[in-house]
Design a protein around this ligand. Structure first.
Ligand code: FES
Length: 103
């Protein structure tokens, strides 16, 4: 059965903002970009950088440690030194809460 995990209220996650939550011991960064929400694992596969504190350029995040780039929309790695894609999570809004799927 699908389990949905509350991230924030819609009001708390304004456009351009990000919130990091602990999902069963895994850090997940949830972004509000344009009128959409995206959720990615908040751990750079290169060497564990905290992606949510990196620079956001459009729909891409730049790892603050060594500059790898990732698509927030798809999790795809776009520039080295990382070579693995990020895990992404389904996001929905239900009763004014932003939620991610926790499997
Ligand atoms: S830890 Fe992210 S690029 Fe090195």
């Amino acid at each position: 059965m699908t389990r949905w995990f509350d991230v924030a209220s819609v009001d708390e996650l304004s456009p351009g903002s990000c919130r990091v939550v602990d999902l069963d011991g895994m850090a997940v960064a949830v972004f509000h970009i344009g009128n959409k929400y995206y959720a990615i694992a908040d751990v750079c596969p290169h060497d564990g950088g905290d992606l949510a504190s990196g620079e956001l350029v459009g729909e891409e995040i730049i790892c603050p440690r060594h500059g790898a780039r990732f698509s927030i929309r798809t999790g795809a790695v776009l520039a080295p030194p990382a070579y693995e894609n990020l895990r992404t999570f389904p996001v929905r809004v239900a009763e004014d809460k932003v939620q991610i799927e926790a499997e």
